[in-house]
Design a protein around this ligand. Structure first.
Ligand SMILES: Cc1cc2nc3c(=O)[nH]c(=O)nc-3n(C[C@H](O)[C@H](O)[C@H](O)COP(=O)(O)OP(=O)(O)OC[C@H]3O[C@@H](n4cnc5c(N)ncnc54)[C@H](O)[C@@H]3O)c2cc1C
Length: 383
């Protein structure tokens, strides 16, 4: 008789990969399938930051920022070979956000996550510290730090570790069908193989509801909003090894981040889309990003400076706010079907994948009574 896995995970983005690593390391038998390359979807199209999300404080998302800041510390510690702290400078613009508001925000950002090895924020003289980069009117700024990471590698390293602990990983093999037969999940893959499992986890990112409705044939009341975010890449725009956080008059922010030594990564936009499939950057988004940069940088850029672009689609939990205000937090939807669990994972951030994975195993504890090991991923390095 063929093996019955403890967990079957649909989707090898950062969330599926993190769950696979954590579960396999606890001695559980895990099988994960992705319809494409591991880490090849939203998890390689991000801004590549492990961050608390300074701007979410404005939406009073203290719980999310706190968890993210704590995770920033842990992920940096366990994934040092693919991450580094980067200073971010916010030029002060009194008409957009008053100095006192930014200072309160940065004070919270420095302290909400508890003890940190990452330097605290401070007010800086832009003319003295970064002469000639910014336009004349920007004289004062605020400096804080976040972590830049290789998002795709982070996903792949999680999978590598899961494999070391005997997880079965299948790439380019879409889950076509999942249904319960004889008290177990039977998952049918694109190549015709059938896999048996006690638990089914749907971590298919922006495809979550499509997978649920079309492949598992279960309806969910949880609504998601698909939001496309795009980036442009140019040759390095200035020599200093700092990133800038530019505030726009629509209250959104744009990052300009040093990227792969010779380039600058600029993003992101937020456009609601209907399909989870990646449609790439639009002319309007390119225009928006160029304009944002040119409001601040001395050396203005144009379309011909763009060397590459990429876009990603995020699945955000619908809370009926505007796109930039919709929460980046995650929500689990645990369904028990004929006594067998199906866990759907909605939303999330790259930053919180490890904690999310830990919580998944906590929530599934009663279905996995023989698991001997508890949480462990905060200590063991990824390499
Ligand atoms: C523009 C942008 C910028 C971002 N920047 C940041 C940032 O700087 N920091 C941060 O913390 N977060 C950031 N995020 C959020 C972060 O990228 C996402 O939360 C995270 O990558 C989602 O991971 P996931 O595993 O849920 O989804 P995905 O990475 O999309 O993985 C889902 C996987 O499921 C697979 N799949 C789908 N259907 C099936 C099926 N039927 N069978 C098999 N496989 C299937 C897909 O192929 C895919 O690989 C950003 C997001 C976007 C869009």
């Amino acid at each position: 008789m063929s093996k019955v896995f403890d967990l079957f995970i649909i989707g090898g983005g950062i969330n599926g990969a993190g769950i696979a690593r954590d579960a396999a390391g606890r001695g559980l038998s895990v099988c994960l399938a992705d319809k494409g390359e591991i880490g090849g979807a939203t998890s390689s199209w991000s801004t590549k930051l492990i961050h608390g999300g300074l701007r979410y404080l404005e939406n009073y998302e203290f719980k999310l920022v706190r968890e993210s800041l704590k995770e920033r510390e842990i992920v940096y510690k366990i994934a040092k070979s693919i991450s580094k702290p980067v200073p971010f400078i916010i030029p002060y613009v009194d008409k957009i956000r008053p100095a006192w508001l930014i200072k309160i925000g940065l004070f919270l950002y420095d302290n909400l996550g508890g003890k940190s090895k990452i330097p605290k924020s401070k007010t800086i003289d832009l003319k003295k510290n970064f002469p000639n980069i910014l336009k004349e009117e920007y004289k004062t700024g605020f400096r804080y730090f976040d972590i830049q990471i290789d998002d795709k590698k982070l996903t792949k390293l999680n999978i590598k570790d899961a494999k070391k602990n005997k997880a079965k990983i299948l790439e380019y093999n879409k889950v076509k069908k999942a249904k319960i037969i004889d008290n177990q999940w039977i998952i049918t893959l694109q190549d015709g193989k059938k896999i048996k499992s006690k638990i089914l986890i749907n971590a298919s990112g922006p495809w979550i509801n499509e997978t649920l409705h079309k492949n598992i044939k279960i309806t969910s009341k949880k609504k998601i909003r698909l939001v496309k975010g795009s980036h442009i890449i140019t040759k390095k725009l200035y020599k200093a090894d700092v990133a800038f956080t530019f505030q726009n008059t629509d209250k959104r922010i744009i990052f300009v981040i040093p990227y792969k030594r010779k380039f600058s990564l600029i993003g992101t936009t937020e456009i609601e889309v209907k399909s989870p499939e990646n449609q790439g950057i639009s002319k309007k988004e390119i225009g928006y990003l160029i304009k944002s940069v040119n409001n601040y940088l001395n050396n203005e850029i144009s379309k011909k400076d763009i060397v590459d672009t990429y876009s990603g689609v995020r699945p955000l939990i619908e809370d009926f706010n505007t796109a930039s205000k919709v929460t980046r937090d995650y929500v689990f939807d645990l369904k028990i079907i004929n006594k067998l669990p199906l866990l759907n994972i909605y939303g999330g951030k790259l930053t919180t994948y490890r904690k999310l994975s830990e919580k998944v195993l906590f929530d599934l504890k009663k279905f996995l009574p023989k698991t001997k090991k508890g949480p462990w991923t905060d200590k063991k390095k990824l390499f």
